[in-house]
Design a protein around this ligand. Structure first.
Ligand SMILES: NC(=O)c1ccc[n+]([C@@H]2O[C@H](COP(=O)([O-])OP(=O)(O)OC[C@H]3O[C@@H](n4cnc5c(N)ncnc54)[C@H](O)[C@@H]3O)[C@@H](O)[C@H]2O)c1
Ligand SMILES: N[C@@H](CCO)C(=O)O
Ligand code: NA
Length: 451
């Protein structure tokens, strides 16, 4: 089937307003949390989708691992197949919601070779090997769409790739992983420990098949790489992203954050510097007054700072079957419209080819929490260690250290917030502080962002 099939002169379906009577063949790969909701939308919105695209979207097959697995009633058992390789050769649009690198990559490449446009939610694949897919699609004259791969339902890929194509993006700062935001939120509001909160996120369908991808920041790093590539017209892979997850964050960290006017969030940060771009994912203290601090539960939010546009904020559901399926269907409609009316979606833009800078080039503020001997001169000695390393103090708070298993008597807790410092000088400072005889323990070192 070619785009020309649906152009002027084709008959119009009176009920739906279709410009053509030949349906577009849609193949679905994967029928899990997202796939099931994609089927539901394709089924329940069939007439509207036909009117919006100009052709009926006919689901011609659903590739699954096991056809005997019990499924939602919306899934027609007749459409199930375990032969994904065959299925992708007989579709105009292939939707991939299997996840992982293989066989998703081979199946998408095969679909493209056979002339299908593809829609994927697979950030892991795009962040590792997106350019291979983009090049294949470009050569075949078909589309690759991936709105669902970053921040689920939130329109963010399209705005960065298309709406801001005439501007210069300076910085992207986002909460792009629903699971970790949910977990940190539950730790903050309910005092749950990390494992309990992860189990809840899994039960709610937010977490990846292996929640390590969420907890250790791999999922957010993949999204950061995709966003950075789009924002800076430069190839950024997941290997370029400096990544730290939330597994070391304790209920104590979360409680102290709140006491000092912050909330802990896992942030994805992509910045344009004079020398190149810097992309990182890590937990950070966000001031309670900052709009990102109010992003609760599994919600996501992305700030984009562009030279002409100024600050933009995108907010909504970043995970879950139905929200993610919404983004998938939006892409399916775009790809299908091109099939009907001709034309093509955006291709990869990597012309700027900026260097990706190492993590050590990042400059940010830090908060260091430590217990010290409560005697004259200790605070001055600790302050001198920061000064020796060129790290400027913004604020110091002191409180009696809470009694712990090894006692708290005679100890004071210091919470030191710094001005901007390089990662290198901060690390050297913390090493010096840790080695000081009056310091009992350094409890945490967290970056402060969004100030
Ligand atoms: N769940 C979310 O909130 C969410 C949000 C955004 C993006 N995504 C992405 O969407 C994709 C799917 O996520 P999900 O949550 O639906 O995962 P899932 O684990 O619920 O579903 C994936 C399905 O694919 C099936 N599968 C695995 N290998 C297969 C193969 N070779 N052929 C056919 N089927 C196969 C699995 O059996 C499973 O049913 C992933 O790339 C994920 O990163 C998920
Ligand atoms: N596991 C991901 C799904 C959305 O990509 C999350 O928690 O945000
Ligand atoms: Na999105």
């Amino acid at each position: 089937m070619t785009a020309a099939d649906g152009q002027a002169g084709a008959p119009t379906d009176e009920r739906t307003g279709d410009h053509r009577t030949t349906p577009l063949r849609v193949a679905l790969l994967g029928c899990g949390v997202v796939g099931t909701e994609v089927v539901r939308l394709l089924t329940t919105q069939a007439d509207d989708l036909a009117a919006r695209t100009g052709a009926r979207l006919e689901l011609v097959g659903i590739a699954v691992r096991d056809t005997a697995t019990p499924r939602d009633a919306v899934v027609d058992a007749e459409l199930l197949t375990t032969d994904a390789e065959e299925l992708v050769t007989r579709a105009d649009v292939v939707i991939e919601v299997v996840g992982g690198i293989e066989p998703a990559r081979s199946l998408l490449l095969r679909a493209i070779e056979h002339g299908a446009s593809v829609v994927t939610a697979n950030k892991a694949l795009l962040a590792q090997d997106g350019p291979t897919l983009y090049a294949a699609a470009d050569a075949a004259g078909v589309d690759v769409y991936f709105e669902a791969a970053v921040a689920g339902a939130i329109p963010i890929v399209r705005p960065v790739r298309e709406s801001l194509a005439g501007d210069r993006v300076r910085r992207v700062l986002g909460i792009v992983n629903g699971t970790t935001n949910y977990v940190l939120d539950r730790m903050t509001s309910e005092g749950l420990d990390l494992d309990q909160a992860v189990k809840e996120a899994q039960a709610l369908g937010y977490a990846e098949a292996d929640p390590t991808a969420d907890v250790e920041g791999f999922d957010a790093a993949a999204k950061a790489a995709i966003l950075a590539s789009l924002a800076f017209h430069t190839r950024v892979s997941i290997d370029d992203v400096d990544r730290e997850g939330i597994s070391a964050i304790t209920v104590d960290d979360v409680a102290w954050a709140e006491r000092t006017g912050y909330v802990i969030k896992l942030l994805a940060i992509a910045e344009r510097r004079d020398e190149g771009v810097q992309v990182r994912v890590h937990p950070a203290l966000v001031p309670l007054a900052h709009p990102l601090a109010g992003v609760r539960g599994a919600f996501n939010a992305v700030f984009v700072e562009a030279e002409a546009a100024g600050e933009l904020m995108f907010y909504g559901r970043g995970a879950g079957g139905a929200p993610t399926a919404s983004a998938v269907l939006g892409d399916v409609v775009s790809a299908a419209r091109h099939r009907v009316l001709g034309g093509k979606g955006p291709v990869e833009s990597s012309y700027a080819d900026l260097p990706v800078l190492p993590a050590s080039s990042a400059r940010t503020r830090y908060q260091v929490r430590l217990d010290v001997q409560d005697r004259p001169g200790v605070l001055a000695q600790v302050a001198a260690l920061l000064a020796d390393h060129g790290v400027s103090i913004e604020a110091v708070r002191q409180a009696p250290a809470p009694l712990g298993p090894d006692g708290g008597d005679g100890l004071a807790r210091l919470i030191i917030t710094t001005h901007e410092a390089s990662e290198e000088s901060l690390a050297a400072t913390v090493a010096a502080i840790t080695g000081h005889e009056a310091v009992r323990r350094v409890l945490s070192v967290l970056r402060v962002e969004g100030v």
